[in-house]
Design a protein around this ligand. Structure first.
Ligand code: ADP
Length: 192
């Protein structure tokens, strides 16, 4: 069963492609942004703590996110496969999930990096903000999220490149075109 993660800046299509990949490979799609927004909507303790960070386009502290994700993967219902989107987003999260994955036999088979030019990202996010009403999709927060991505998340590309599981995929073009490219990149991989 596939254990993959999508690693890309906001607006690159992690959510859309994550949904489609999960369906193709018959595994759940876990988007940390969606899980967090759910906690905010339900006003759980985690949601109340996370909300301010999210509204400012900052990262939610590592310990909160790591616990939330490991609970979801190894909690009451254990998941052997998944497509993760939005996690890990810092080197600390990446190192902790690698240690944790090794201990549980749940390391990732593939990390898919979606490549999209910055002006296209901003255009997509502004457009999404108009239609979805996501409060963090306004121009100022978008710029901040892109800067946070460059500073905290981009270094993970080298982390996974070093482990030889990084797949770099062109994220421009239509949704089905991108899905087909990802499928092509996953094809040579073995995952039982
Ligand atoms: P996007 O990729 O468009 O920024 P997400 O839905 O993935 O959207 O994330 C929305 C917000 O949720 C982020 O700006 C951040 O505040 C928080 N978040 C999501 N995943 C993580 C994570 N792994 N670590 C810290 N914060 C996170």
């Amino acid at each position: 069963m596939l254990r993959a993660l999508l690693l890309a800046p906001p607006g690159a299509g992690k959510g859309t492609q994550g949904e489609r990949l999960a369906q193709v490979y018959g595994v759940p799609h876990l988007a940390t942004g969606d899980l967090l927004r759910h906690h905010v909507a339900e006003a759980t303790a985690l949601g109340r703590e996370a909300k301010g960070y999210m509204d400012r386009g900052e990262l939610v502290p590592d310990r909160l996110v790591v616990d939330m994700v490991s609970d979801r993967i190894a909690g009451a219902q254990q998941l052997a496969g998944f497509v993760l989107d939005g996690f890990p987003r810092t080197l600390t999260q990446a190192r902790q999930s690698y240690e944790w994955g090794r201990a549980k036999g749940r390391t990732f088979h593939a990390v898919i990096s979606l490549q999209v030019p910055e002006d296209e990202l901003v255009r997509r996010l502004v457009e999404r903000g108009r239609s979805s009403g996501r409060t963090d999709d306004n121009e100022e927060t978008i710029r901040n999220r892109l800067a946070v991505y460059a500073e905290h998340t981009e270094p993970l590309l080298d982390f996974y490149r070093g482990r030889e599981i990084l797949l770099e995929v062109d994220g421009t073009g239509t949704v089905p075109e991108v899905t087909a490219r990802i499928g092509g990149a996953l094809l040579p991989l073995a995952f039982p």
